[in-house]
Design a protein around this ligand. Structure first.
Ligand code: ZN
Length: 427
């Protein structure tokens, strides 16, 4: 009994001490737990002028403040980025990762993070549960890009090609295919409208019309793989939301331009083909083993007039739509983790300015993926950004001169990834 009383007294006493302590102004300093990145030029990603000598305050994985002359709160960790340029994390709105096996998917996302790509959208060749599980995991997974998926894309039957997409031949099948994907909670509906050099029938206006209608009823947007101008027109008429490629068979005409002007909300992911010119890819040797770099270099060692012609059509089409103010995003269509850096240079070669291309590859691509917390270096956004040793507004290939990549405020462990991927690990 006595012991109990003593304990109670002690408890009361300590509660009183704590209460008194709380009354005193002894909060931790305002900057505790925050990081201040100081001195960099910041390319915001919305097309506004870069901020020189900026300070970025990051807390709990989010950007709290960005600007020149932002005061660093007491107690914040300070990181000097003097002489560097910061741009938003790159978003690749059109990829196809290796497989449906978790480890490979995760590695593909890590390879992207190494190159400053903080989100990637898989376009229609995902089946089973694993891609959806990885999508969820990727929102918190360190050293990896965020993942989204179009699930199983929709096409007319293409015997001999991949059977992962859903093949449809009737309107009922088309609507059912959308509903299947909607149940899976895909991020976007992908369709292919392409006869693959006259080998197959392509989706008819009746079928893609039904797909777009059903998708919209289910709150989903539709993006289309296209090749021909006529299909691009039909799809615009049918209410398409985004193009996963530019028009590839010919130069666009005034009718298409007028149609596009009437639907300015439709986003174009141009997805340019190779330029067909001699290209130096030695810069990828940080993650690509030497033997493979040699092969890549050999494949890009000389000019290819046919490829140049194909690039020319798409480049002119892109330049024209860009000059009209069409909203352009960025996608690479494949599984090349460093591909966005090549694509961005191709987009500049097509006639966009480096600044326009950076906006396309960050804010606009995040918009395609509806990732409202990515795409710009701005207060309230996730702290996903790339630190560069040189200014990409001067030369777009400076996006390759990566000093550091931050995802949700944490530095990607590029040294560890480089060791793993370059095949130089001593085990
Ligand atoms: Zn694709």
């Amino acid at each position: 009994m006595q012991i109990r009383l003593a304990t109670t007294t002690l408890l009361l006493a300590s509660t009183l001490v704590m209460a008194c302590g709380q009354a005193e102004p002894q909060q931790p300093p305002a900057g505790a737990g925050a990081t201040a990145f100081e001195g960099a030029r910041v390319i915001v990603g919305d097309g506004s002028d870069p901020i020189e000598n900026a300070t970025i305050i990051v807390r709990d994985g989010r950007i709290e403040q960005v600007g020149a002359g932002v005061a660093v709160p007491e107690g914040a960790t300070r990181v000097s980025l003097a002489g560097k340029t910061v741009m938003p994390g790159i978003v690749d709105a059109h990829v196809h990762l290796r497989s449906q096996m978790r480890d490979q998917l995760v590695e593909d996302l890590q390879r992207r993070a190494y190159y400053g790509v903080v989100a990637a959208q898989s376009m229609g060749q995902d089946q089973g549960d694993v891609p959806y599980q990885v999508r969820t995991e990727s929102t918190t997974m360190p050293n990896a890009a965020r993942f989204q998926t179009a699930g199983r894309g929709i096409t007319m039957p293409e015997p001999g090609r991949t059977e992962v997409p859903i093949w449809v031949s009737t309107e009922a099948e088309a609507r059912a295919a959308v509903q299947d994907n909607a149940k899976r909670k895909v991020d976007i509906i992908k369709i292919w409208v392409d006869d693959r050099d006259n080998k197959f029938k392509k989706l008819t206006p009746e079928l893609y019309g039904a797909i777009i209608d059903e998708a919209h009823k289910n709150g989903l947007r539709v993006t289309a793989h296209i090749f021909e101008l006529e299909d691009a027109k039909g799809l615009l008429k049918a209410g398409l939301d985004a193009f996963a490629h530019g028009v590839r068979d010919r130069d666009i005409d005034e009718e298409f331009v007028a149609m596009y002007k009437a639907r300015p909300e439709v986003i174009l992911v141009p997805n340019l083909p190779g330029r067909g010119v001699k290209t130096d890819l030695s810069w990828v040797s940080e993650t690509v083993p030497a033997g493979e770099v040699e092969k890549l270099q050999a494949a890009n060692a000389k000019d290819d007039p046919e490829a140049q012609k194909a690039f020319g059509i798409q480049a002119r089409n892109l330049a024209k739509l860009n000059s009209l103010g069409v909203k352009i995003a960025m996608g690479t269509d494949g599984n090349t983790p460093y591909g966005p850096h090549v694509e961005m240079a191709d987009m500049v070669a097509a006639g966009m300015t480096p600044h326009q291309v950076i906006v396309a590859a960050t804010r606009n691509s995040a918009e395609v993926m509806k990732l409202t917390d990515l795409g710009t270096v701005a207060a309230g956004k996730s702290a996903d950004f790339v630190v560069l040793d040189a200014n990409p507004l001067d030369d777009i290939t400076n996006t390759r001169r990566i000093n550091a990549v931050y995802i949700r405020g944490a530095a990607v462990d590029r040294a560890a990834l480089r060791t793993r991927f370059s095949g130089q690990a001593t085990e």
